[in-house]
Write a protein that binds this ligand. Structure first.
Ligand code: HEC
Length: 108
């Protein structure tokens, strides 16, 4: 292997690790109050808001990345009631994507 491609490989790995760490921190500070650190939603706020269990593969399969991103960015309402407030002003697109990527890792 050439030295440059090894370097690029290490760089790419570093980026992936940085993103993963970021998503975890973002999740814990912005999402875990409702969804729980484990994604199960067994928190006071989560139970009140009626969050689903995102450690469940079936629940995860019900939301694709595009919808998850849109709902997190623009908020989620059901029957005119706000279920989840929009995060557009609190988080950048990259941060929302990182938080959702972390949510995907909570699937058991
Ligand atoms: C105030 C409580 C609350 C917070 C904070 C919260 N959510 Fe939610 N979220 C909900 C509720 C309620 C739902 C609807 C029920 C469900 O799917 O669990 C929901 C649904 C979702 C969905 C499914 C969307 C869909 O279209 O079905 C995703 C993905 C999601 N949340 C991600 C996040 C992320 C990422 C964060 C942090 C940036 C976050 N949530 C923060 C309450 C919250």
């Amino acid at each position: 292997m050439k030295k440059t491609s090894l370097f690029v490989g290490i760089l790419a790995l570093g980026t992936v690790l940085a993103l993963a760490a970021d998503g975890n921190a973002l999740w814990d500070s912005n999402c875990a109050s409702c969804h729980g650190k484990d994604g199960k939603g067994q928190t006071k706020m989560g139970q009140k808001a009626g969050v689903k269990d995102y450690s469940d593969a079936k629940v995860q399969a019900g939301v694709d990345d595009a919808k998850a991103f849109k709902s997190t960015k623009e908020g989620l309402t059901e029957d005119g009631k706000t279920k989840m407030k929009p995060f557009a002003e609190k988080m950048s697109d990259e941060e929302i994507k990182a938080a959702i990527a972390y949510l995907r890792t909570l699937k058991k």
